[in-house]
Design a protein around this ligand. Structure first.
Ligand code: NDP
Length: 583
């Protein structure tokens, strides 16, 4: 690894993207992986610069003195940092303009001109970075808009027209129905899980039936079930902290820092599978899971509530830059639901990452397996039914793929934008393991024989969905990791002002969220083995359509905010959101 030349806190001269102009910047940190420095300009703009785009201030001052003997003799044609020299600006391609001019709005450019006039030193006017070089060398971060901050009062301030609440630091418009919505979801989500589990136990389960009678409180609570859930989470936590597997870096935070995550999920799944196999061999009866499904779900729910309370309390000590923009509204219920702190950690133990990838996802496979064992025992079968095998294998493949590509979660919305509160804690610990398993749960008591051609057709559908899902996610991940990867050389892209580009060919040229399309096709293949007698096993498909349509619109607003006109251009080039010619 090359030595770090510039230290954190050091004032140096940094080149402005797309130009040959240098400004005084402060070094915030060095990323050894990309070998780039995170620097901050005086107006708050943060950039990642390579070493060749940084010069020491001392060298500049001596050159400056030798060139301009008096301030009066300085060139008056000071340019904004984003402007290139006259000759070269004519040569700039669209990409060059995007990476330079659009990178700073005019107000920023003006203030920069003022702030940096004294520091600005023209070097070699003929040196014009090529657009492609620009694209890879600079990563323009979210500007800290000082003017916006000044307008805000330090305390809670509400803008009722925009349904936006801001407290102290930046925040974003309220989501999920705002404050009222938060109360609704806090009550509705647990009630809905309870309702579905009770329905699954009925002989004629249907979501359109009247709700079954509420069980007594006594029957909901079971010490042993609670103990098993705690044990399960502790076991997964131990596997997570083992120094096995890669330490991956997350996306840069608002502070410029990049957190490290132990991505050993696949290893955790393998160890868990071995432990379960030994336990079954030793006589552990997995039908316990089926017989105590409700009690286990209630225990997981209580743990998710305790965890959300802990995270809310923890967030009170977090500084404003550690808070998620979307959960920093000042309203207790909303922030509790949405999650205040972006990455709550106990030392290096990342609660959000752990919950997203481990107890729920691996628990989902264990519960499915337990349902298959129960089906065999209840119906005296030598092997699980074909439908049960398909549901188990399809969902196992999904989890295996997620854990094998665990690093990819670091670029998802949950990890990058959402705080860790009730929404994610409940989602990870209760929703995923106890509702995604409803198809297997349903099949235990509602067998659905499949003919070989029907089974083959369902397998084909699953493979098509999986192919689209994996290929599109890989295209985007490869592109985000290394835009000049040779595998993507024939891809068309649209440049954006942030220095990142948007793919417009391959799967990302078919629809704007091809990964959602693949996911939906897979969801369909999970429900089909359960037949059409009841709506309950189709709940996942229905819920998933709602989730992904809502998620797509959230992502649209976020991308529009990040990429502005480039995003509009992308939407014109790729008009359909998820399903070609339909939506
Ligand atoms: P994506 O992985 O689709 O990420 C969206 C981001 O991708 C955008 O914010 C943007 O971020 C980038 N992007 C958008 N368009 C382009 C483009 N044309 N070229 C390059 N980059 C682009 O979204 P999610 O995080 O929602 O989903 C991740 C996966 O998880 C999906 O496969 C989804 O189906 C799955 N999922 C599964 C769920 C389940 O319960 N089973 C729930 C939710 C998601 P930027 O430009 O900043 O990189």
């Amino acid at each position: 690894m090359p030595p770090v030349k510039y230290q954190r806190g050091e004032m140096v001269m940094g080149r402005w993207p797309g130009s040959s102009l240098y400004y005084e910047v402060k070094v915030l940190g060095f990323d050894s992986k990309s070998e780039s420095y995170t620097v901050i300009y005086k107006d708050g703009t943060e950039l990642e610069l390579m070493e060749q785009d940084i010069k020491s201030t001392a060298g500049f001052l001596s050159r400056s003195r030798s060139r301009s003997r008096s301030p009066g003799r300085r060139r008056s044609g000071s340019r904004s940092p984003s402007r290139t020299t006259r000759g070269s600006s004519r040569k700039s391609t669209a990409l060059g303009v995007a990476a330079s001019t659009d990178a700073a709005p005019s107000s920023v450019k003006d203030s920069k001109m003022k702030d940096f006039e004294e520091d600005m030193l023209k070097t070699n006017a003929n040196v014009e970075p090529t657009p492609d070089r620009n694209q890879h060398r600079y990563n323009l971060r979210r500007r800290r808009d000082d003017s916006e901050k000044k307008e805000r009062k330090p305390n809670l301030q509400e803008d009722s027209n925009r349904n936006t609440v801001v407290s102290g630091d930046a925040s974003t418009p309220l989501d999920f129905g705002g404050k009222i919505g938060a109360y609704f979801w806090l009550l509705f989500l647990p009630a809905w899980v309870l309702f579905m589990i009770l329905q699954g136990d009925l002989e004629d389960p249907s979501l359109v039936n009247a709700p079954p009678p509420l069980p007594s409180l006594d029957s909901l609570w079971d010490y042993q079930s609670f103990g098993f859930v705690v044990l399960w989470i502790v076991f997964q936590a131990l596997l997570y902290i083992l120094p096995v597997g890669k330490l991956s870096e997350g996306m840069p935070l608002r502070t410029g820092e990049r957190l490290k995550y132990r991505t050993n999920g696949f290893f955790a799944l393998m160890v868990t599978a071995l432990a379960v196999a030994i336990a079954v061999h030793e006589g552990v009866d997995l039908t316990y899971v089926y017989n105590n499904f409700l009690q286990l779900a209630v225990a997981a729910f209580l743990i998710s509530v305790l965890l959300s309370c802990y995270c809310y309390g923890h967030s009170r000590n977090a500084n404003s830059e550690q808070l998620a923009l979307g959960g920093n509204s000042g309203n207790v219920a909303y922030d509790f639901f949405k999650g205040r702190e972006l990455n709550p950690r106990i030392k290096n133990f990342d609660l959000k990452f752990f919950c997203e990838m481990r107890p729920g996802l691996i628990g989902w496979c264990l519960i499915n397996f337990a349902m298959a064992v129960t089906e065999m025992k209840l119906h005296n079968l030598d092997s699980p039914s074909c439908s049960m095998i398909l549901v188990n294998l399809f969902q196992l493949l999904y989890v295996l793929d997620g854990l094998w590509n665990e690093e990819a979660i670091l670029t998802t919305m949950d990890l990058m934008h959402d705080g860790f509160g009730f929404m994610l804690a409940f989602g990870d610990l209760v929703w995923v393991p106890f509702t995604y398993t409803l198809q297997a749960f349903y099949l235990v008591n509602h067998p659905n024989p499949l003919s070989p051609p029907a089974a083959a057709a369902i397998v084909l559908l699953k493979l098509i969905g999986f192919y689209i899902f994996r290929k599109s996610n890989s295209e985007k991940n490869t592109f985000r990791k290394n835009p000049s990867d040779s595998k993507l050389s024939c891809m068309r892209t649209i440049p954006t002002a942030t220095g990142k580009s948007l793919l417009t060919s391959g799967w990302w040229g078919v629809v704007r969220h091809p990964n959602y399309l693949g996911d939906l096709i897979m969801a369909l293949s999970w429900s089909l083995p359960c037949g059409f007698s009841h709506i309950l096993p189709w709940y996942y498909m229905i819920y998933f359509i709602i989730l992904l349509v809502h998620r797509e619109s959230r992502d649209m607003s976020e991308c529009k905010r990040k990429y502005g006109s480039a995003w509009d251009e992308y939407c014109q080039t790729v008009p359909y959101r998820i399903i070609p010619w339909v939506y």
